[in-house]
Unconditional design. Sequence first.
Length: 712
Amino acid sequence: MPRIPATPATQKLRKPVQASNLREAPPHTSPGTGSGLDGLDRLAERFRRDDHLELPAPATLYRHAPGLERAAIAACIRDAVGATPGLAEALDGGRLALAIAITVPDRSWVRPAVTVAASVLQGISVGRPVSQGLDPDDLDPPDALPNWVALHRNGISPRQDLGPMDEAAADSLGSGTGVVYIAAAGEDLPQAFAEAADFKLSLPPLTWRRLAVAIEECGGRRPGRSLPDALCGVLNALDLRLAARASTVVDTWVERLERVALARIPRVMPEPAYLPGMPEFVKWAEALRRDLRDYREGRIAWHEVAGQGLVLAGPSGTGKTLQLMTLAAKCKVPLVTASHGQWQSAGHQGDMLAAMAQSFEDAATQAPCILFVDELDAFPARRSGGNPRHESYNHQIMNFFLELLDGAHGRPGTIVVGACNFPALLDPALVRPGRMERIIRIGYPDQAALAEILRYHLGAETLAGVDLSSIAAMAAGGSGADCEYAVRGARSRARAEGREMVLADLEAEFRPVETAVQFLDPALRRLCAVHEAGHSVAATLLRPGFLVSASIAPTPTRNGLAGTYYAMAGNEVLGQADMMALIRILLAGRAAEEIVLGTPTSGAGGDEDSDLAKATLLVARMLTCHGLGGQLAWTGQVTAENLPQTLGLNPALAKRVEHILGVQYASVKELIDHHRAAVEAVASHLIAKEAISAAEVVALLRISSNEERTIQ
């Protein structure tokens, strides 16, 4: 094929061209070549047609990084300028030093906006359409270029000192340079700059029209398909950077962006129901749901939204996370999740602080939303004692967490909900009004709630119409997670055998074969029944309403072969008589063994969760930190972990604890002996049915009392 000699013009054509470097052709451009990208394409096509030069197709000319995110934000800024009354006129000619604040949808857009904002404003000032940037050499003469400086915050600390930016802005404006400040939605502007700004622009989420303009500017042609604005609106700057790759066609960019956006759009599903057994949470959640609806519709301001902070406190597996997922779905808001462990795994203290700030920033960009922070009690309270070095570290972490919760303007649009197992460990500043201002305690469900939870996980069609109360009795003392685990296992069992699920599948999950075989021993069953009957009768007599249920049915999740379950408000204030009653209830199982069976066993002892451990801890706390043992001096918080050391180092305290335990044990033995008939009746019921409710214990006590009066 004939080749033409290399000339400056053809050398330019052989070199790949970036769309961002193209500009209008000067007046002396040869006729027929046109200007800009179209002119180059026509020139290349002419050479191909004349068989003079081998050139790749136009779609392969763009081999450098496209900068799609810069082109997109530039299009958004241009549109915002055009829609702001008086701004385009003020920019005309570039002779005014203006102060302009621009708010972008989220922090990912800040740096692209900083990169292009000055150039876009320069282009508008001189009457040139500019997308990704304006080269000073493009202007003729060069001294016609108006000066701009772009400022932004670093995005790490919510309390970053913005005063230096006010100073920098003042210096620039005083020298005749325009200042544009870029902030993400929800971020603060420098106070003085915000007050002095001539114009404030708020860029809405990306739309297809703006994205298509950016794609055409970067890729050289308009894509052959479009995306709905709803999908474009969930894309961020990083998404555009990852999708627009060199040497690929623009339709592929669109396909990648669509895939990313669809993954972020939640599937439309039926509205879920709240997990049963938590009426206090449901009441709070429904009030929040109403307020969020009113806030969205503009009927109330954000500061009027009730319940902007909450702590869910309770044992693991009680459904805290599931309830929040349900609430987010009902409110149609995103659920952003984080935890102390997740933040700490980021690295050293600076990394942890950055991870914490990022979670709050992610929540702010998706507002209104719910930010769920798990493991809240892993944040040690400031002044909790211990190693001074660790105390300083923890103090800084907690202070920063409190700053994030405060927010300069009340973190508009973000509901923060924390979860913990031990609310007593929380820093008091964390749960004051304006932060995580309310604590809702969630305990283990009672038998009726367990039946409802089982139905919740089974759904309406599986075992439809079947009474689940017998299974709920077997699950007594279990959690919602235990129910979900059992339902999942029962379904798997039925699938493995190629049939529909039956009630026996659920029974098998709550009674593992190996445990059931072990528990067939009649002597062991009677021992467990008598022990739990002692607890049940004592609880019913000493603290009416305290007992929930008792069970001797072994389960895969229960620590031990049996258990008695109580309902005690976490914020209840106890007197000395109340604490003594609790100690007697804890010792009543051992007392029943001794009275009914003739000798106690090791069933009341064991680890820190045993009856003896709990009773000992309660007495020690009563004496050392509750002021209920004859002394007012507070001698420190006693925990299950430091209890052995505390007693070992203080023989006098250990002697007093042992004396009180002995007195209360003797007292509860008398109680059990007096109501032995009721204890025997409850034990027989447990052997026959494996579970008993509080109401059934009360009924058996009444029957036994009537029989005793009749005999007398």
